[in-house]
Design a binder for this molecule. Sequence first.
Ligand code: GCU
Length: 613
Amino acid sequence: MNYKTLYFLAFLLLLNTFPGKAQEDLIINTQNRKNISLNGNWHYIIDPYENGFYDYRYKERNEADPEAYWNRPVVNKPSDRVEHSYSDEYSLKVPGDWNSQDPVFKYYEGTVWYQREFNITDAESFQRAFLYFGAVNYETHVYLNGKKLGMHKGGFTPFNFEIPKDLLKPTGNFLVVKVDNKRHADEIPTVNTDWWNFGGITRDVKLLLMPENFIQQYSLQLNPKEFSKDKNNQTLTGCLKLNEPEETSVVTVSIPELKLSEKLQIKGQNLEYRLPVKGLELWSPENPKLYRVDFIFQNDTLSDKIGFRDIRVSGKDVLLNGKKIFLSGISIHEEIPQEVRRAKTKKDAEQLLGWAKDLHANMVRLAHYPHNEHMTRTADSLGIMVWSEIPVYWTIDFESDEVLEKAKKQLKEMIIRDRNKASVIIWSVGNETPLSPARTAFMKSLVAKAKSMDNSRLVSAALEVHHENEKNIIDDPLGAVTDIVSVNEYLGWYGGLPNAKENSTWEVTYDKPLFFSETGAGAKGGYHGDKNQRWTEEFQQWYFEETIKMMKRMPENYTGIAPWILTDFRSPRRNHPEFQQGWNRKGLIDNNGIKKKAFFVLQEYYKKIEENN
Ligand code: GCU
């Protein structure tokens, strides 16, 4: 074992001996728990030199340091020296990336301190309190009333920290959050991505008001091992985790519409259970049936809306509820292009998924990171299947055990948050990762982790293709362990013109379903001309016409496609002054929300698929 691993194991041990400083176990389904929203206007300080965190000798400031930005600045007399403060004049909306809120932030990458106060009116109505963040990009340190609650890394998954009882005050709780979105080679994602690194408290913030003990996490799904087409003979299976172990206690799980109510004995902290059910309506795009499920444990009563469906691979086919399906997909970044910002609300989710519905898509690839929970909950209710992905993107440090642990942690947080969302059918462990023995070992380890956590979904990744003239061969070693073989193809955009697709052939060395997780070409919305003119809508339209022709010649394991991409999106890699201006223009909808000609080509393709189903 090399010294790096030894150090890292020591680091993990240390982490576990001081749990107060570590990131705590996720609390799920927070929208249905007693909580106070901390969304709204927060003060900020931009701190590129992290002066609020390090002293002039570059040492982390001690907790009581009056110059630490987590402490309330105090001026007792006119001569007192204070060199930082929080003011209404400098405030940011939470949730929201900072880049889109003021020109001073447009390309800012670094530390911003957020600060607000909150009061607790009915302190007697709860026993414990937790601060919950839907996501913060990227490294977050949370302080309350001058005490550190914890630190989290990762820009797209939720986390929470308990507030020690003696720290919370009835009024004037001084909450400070240090957010640093600088990119690093040994993080997930790494330094180079084809999307803008929006920073900030980008998703909802809540104060969770909890009983002494409560249901921390649970899963409830159709048991894939016992799936039957007989609606009166289905079995649900699940697990349930309490915040603290109990000698022995009872959890009641009810599904009122199915007249089901089961009292389950729980000894300790965890419980696995099976629930035979009758008359179950399965979730599908045609019938996105969701059931109200109630969980009752002591003083904790929690409801959720859960759909039940079976997704599996059978030979070259993907089966949903036992029936072969074709995935008419579209890829989506978590952005609202008209406002040049991260998507964050239910209304944003309805806009993006509404456009996917306009396209007659039945599936979305949420690229390249877990999107906010409004997206997966809205997909559940609209009946849109979801590919959900962690940002193991391009040139990750595949040699590092620490980086693998970071990837596993984000994978775990994504699965725990969304494993009760019927819409999520695929967990993806990465995108376009360059071939090497270290990379394949790293990625296989992630596939194994996803499968060990959830045996009810497909696991995939955008694999590598190699080209021999007009032959495209998919033999990426990672394809040996993924459930479907997914690849991105750009014949006719990166190399050649769209007619390059006419003679291209595809060879898949795996007897598995083949899915195109990306294909696309750029066009500046409203720029028209001859189809040979790059950047015209006509060029992009030609690309999609040729792509669809090629798809019709695909081997029989062709099971779906998620073209790149629903809308233009921000990327600092795209700098043509006339056609890009910092936007990746492969959207089928431009940054004004206007559909380009190629949108209707793909829509026509999907409509025909619907008619033939
Ligand atoms: C890649 C990558 C995307 C990128 C796209 C492009 O396949 O996965 O993140 O935006 O190509 O080049 O536009």
